[in-house]
Design a protein around this ligand. Structure first.
Ligand SMILES: Nc1ncnc2c1ncn2[C@@H]1O[C@H](COP(=O)(O)OP(=O)(O)OP(=O)(O)O)[C@@H](O)[C@H]1O
Length: 317
């Protein structure tokens, strides 16, 4: 039921995300919870439908995977309605990374969160002129992300992520890049890294560590940046080699925290994946927009995951 005093509720539904068997359940639950339902029919519809919805709805739910959420966030931003809109997520994609990171476990659970969840104001990222909620990844990961298996998409650690990606790619050329991170509020210095990278992983809501815990601090105005350097002739698919590469003593991983950064290709255009949506460019400028959007979150969401998790920056690893 629509709660007292609430404005209109619109649910943008991608009927072809994930295993495509979610439509009936979501339509029924959404109607029970007072939502008007707008189904997408093609790529780009979720953006348009969300943009249109903001003119008279203050709660917009995105039902689909990370790509659908990305379009909905961009639609809300295009309507200049980030300040006045609350986003809810109904996980109906393959990996549902963003939903997991904000503590939303299933379709049924998402409607419980819509009624009783907490509203947190989270950071969003902007990459050139496109918004993203979860992560921006460049390099082989981006090119391979559409081939990644659903099981692989649920693996969160950088080790599993990189291994899974490399298994889907036979030949890979590393990227000559310059990554310049800008100084942050907690003493982070402006730093420039230049070299050959296999991956550049920029997490807003998502972190890429050796651990499986996936949620980054999404209220701190900072990205968590992980550069995986080209490891040369190592057999990358060997488990032991990967442990050596990406383990705690690794010299092949560069980590930074920064409110903004620039990734410049020293060769051709690079493919980036923004929450799974592709962008190709030579120069990518990334900025956090601190506390940009209200999102309904479940109980397992942590405003500061470092309080109960270990992260390389807090000196515990
Ligand atoms: N009706 C439609 N027909 C075809 N494509 C659509 C339609 N509606 C949305 N799309 C596109 O489907 C793509 C994939 O959707 P989405 O990322 O939400 O699901 P997924 O890939 O199954 O899940 P995840 O990204 O969480 O792994 C998006 O790029 C979106 O633009």
């Amino acid at each position: 039921m629509e709660s007292d005093g609430a404005g209109r509720r619109v649910l943008v539904l991608n009927p072809v995300s994930g295993s495509e068997d979610h439509v009936d359940d979501i339509v029924e639950l959404a109607a029970d919870h007072g939502f008007e339902i707008r189904k997408t029919e093609a790529v780009g519809d979720a953006h348009r439908l969300a943009r249109e919805a903001t003119s008279d709805a203050d709660l917009v739910a995105a039902a689909g995977g990370d790509g659908t959420i990305n379009e909905v966030v961009n639609g809300i931003a295009a309507a200049d309605a980030l300040d006045t809109t609350t986003l809810a997520v109904v996980p109906a994609g393959t990996g549902n990374n963003f939903a997991a990171n904000v503590g939303v476990e299933s379709i049924e659970h998402s409607f419980a969160v819509i009624e009783d969840g907490q509203r947190r104001t989270i950071d969003l990222g902007v990459a050139n002129d496109r918004w993203f909620a979860n992560s921006c990844v460049g390099g082989v990961t981006a090119e391979a992300s559409c081939e990644t298996t659903s099981e692989g998409k649920r693996e969160f650690g950088v080790l599993a992520y990189v291994k899974n990606t490399l298994e889907t790619v036979r030949e890979f050329e590393s990227l000559p890049l310059r990554v310049t991170t800008v100084e942050g509020p907690d003493g982070e210095a402006t730093e420039s890294w230049e070299g050959k990278a296999m991956f550049v992983l920029v997490g807003n809501c998502r972190r890429f560590t050796g651990a499986r815990a996936a949620q980054a601090n999404v209220e701190d105005g900072l990205f968590e940046v992980t550069i995986v350097e080209d490891a040369g002739t190592v057999d990358l698919l060997g488990e032991a080699a990967l442990e050596g590469l990406f383990g705690r003593d690794s010299t092949h991983i560069v980590r930074r925290r920064a409110p903004s950064l620039t990734v410049e290709s020293l060769r051709d255009s690079v493919q980036y994946s923004l929450d799974g949506e592709m962008l190709s460019t030579e120069t990518l400028r990334l900025e956090t927009n601190a506390k940009a959007l209200g999102v309904l979150v479940g109980d397992s969401y942590r405003s500061n995951p470092d309080d109960d998790d270990r992260w390389p920056f807090n000196g515990q690893r």
